[in-house]
Ligand binder design. Structure first.
Ligand SMILES: Cc1ncc(COP(=O)(O)O)c(C=O)c1O
Length: 408
């Protein structure tokens, strides 16, 4: 032992994969806006975080209270039969699946928010080597930040697939070289997409699933915005699987955070290939806090109710209407087919975010924080900002007017 005081002791060696991650988008936004005080007398308004602001349904609280005697129990990894049955029934209704297509014993697992399950998927799927090389995880670009962190922490190479206007804001599946597909272990697809709001049609999902099977990788479809849509309900990847008679190679993820405005409940599920889910349960036995039983009971009640979901959709549509009436014809505005984000081309996303904060106390996320440069070094997300339409329609309209006034 030396006489070094704790303050002089060297930091233990950390995990270089963690050190190598880009800062999380909201950390970068905080750094961008630190020292940029908004003008006096303006109430700060965050359109940055995709946190629903509607009151969660009363049945959530009622179910939590009715099951309060269960707080003392450790929750099982597989959840409860009641929860899995509610999810299976919902999936069958929502996607017109034959009864039993998603096995209610082996084809569904509860997750404590889809974020943690999305993060774990590379731990489940990425081997040491694939086709003799470093495994790849395919990620749409722009993307939900967790995908990149998850791939990198599992030792895979995150490979970003451009998803901008020229390809309908989805990755071009025909452009994927066989050489890349051969070393792909996992493909994250997000539909409706965060941040672009694009929805993959059934043909697209069929093609993605066929690629996964042809090249033997796992297709993980993040459908957590599936219930927030404008004109038509987005198809789900399980519909594409149904046509093949099997869920092999596929998992889908759904959440109550957006559907039921219950982000604090931390409740979602993963469903699909029973073989994958069996191994996922094994991984989760080692690594996860299960969803508490009272929360699972609340989730069960929420998946069985559609009334609050329809009302939710109506409220989001009113916000999109409000944005549409102010922004139509500007900044490349389009009504997002799904989800509740606007993806606006404002020329320089960082400069716009700074201006909106300084002049109007409005927080938005620069597109560059949600995207990575292409092979040519150009970050195609740089011109954009992401705007979360989570406040009431009147507030949304006022915020959009300020955006036009300051950036138009
Ligand atoms: C695309 C996407 N996937 C997953 C999540 C995680 O949601 P949760 O963990 O609340 O289910 C989010 C949250 O914002 C998201 O935008």
């Amino acid at each position: 032992m030396t006489g070094a005081s704790p303050s002089q002791a060297p930091m233990p060696t950390g995990n270089p994969r963690l050190e190598g991650l880009t800062d999380y988008p909201f950390t970068r936004l905080a750094a961008l806006l630190a020292g940029v005080p908004p003008r006096a007398n303006l109430e700060p308004l965050s359109l940055a975080v995709g946190e629903p602001q509607h009151t969660p349904p009363a049945l959530l609280t009622a179910a939590l209270q009715a099951n309060a005697h269960l707080w003392g129990r450790y929750p099982p990894v597989a959840g409860t039969p009641e929860f899995r049955a509610a999810v299976a029934d919902w999936l069958e209704r929502r996607y017109a699946l034959p009864a039993g297509f998603v096995d209610r014993e082996t084809g569904i697992l509860p997750v404590a928010g889809t974020r943690e399950a999305l993060f774990q998927l590379p731990l489940l799927t990425v081997p040491e080597h694939r086709a003799g090389r470093r495994p790849a995880v395919l990620i749409p670009n722009p993307f939900y930040a967790v995908y990149e962190g998850a791939a990198a922490m599992a030792g895979a190479e995150p490979v970003f697939l451009p998803a901008f206007a020229d390809t309908g804001f989805l990755p071009d599946l025909d452009a994927l070289p066989p050489d890349l597909l051969e070393r792909t272990a996992l493909f994250y697809l997000c539909t409706p997409a965060n941040p672009q709001g694009a929805v993959a049609d059934l043909d697209y999902l069929r093609k993605a699933l066929a690629l996964a099977r042809a090249y033997d990788f796992v297709l993980a479809v993040d459908e957590c915005y599936a219930e927030i849509w404008d004109r038509a309900a987005p198809p789900g990847a399980l519909e594409a699987a149904r046509e093949t008679g099997s869920t092999a190679g596929l998992v889908v993820l759904h959440s109550l955070s957006k559907r039921s405005s219950a982000a604090g409940l931390r409740s979602g599920f993963i469903a699909g290939d029973p073989q994958l889910l069996q191994r996922f349960a094994r991984l989760r036995s080692y690594s996860c806090a299960g969803t508490p039983l009272p929360a699972l009971a609340a989730a069960t009640a929420l998946w069985r109710d559609e009334t609050h979901v329809e009302e939710n959709r109506r409220l989001y549509r009113a916000k999109v209407d409000a944005a549409d009436s102010v922004l139509a014809g500007r900044f490349g505005f389009y009504r997002p087919p799904g989800g509740f984000f606007l993806w606006l081309d404002v020329g320089d996303g960082e400069a716009a975010a700074r201006t909106l904060w300084q002049e109007a106390a409005i927080r938005v996320v620069p597109g560059a924080y949600l995207s990575r440069p292409d092979a040519d070094g150009r970050n195609r997300g740089r011109p954009y900002v992401r705007v979360a339409l989570v406040h009431d329609a009147e507030t949304v309209a006022r915020a959009c007017e300020r955006i036009v006034r300051l950036l138009g």
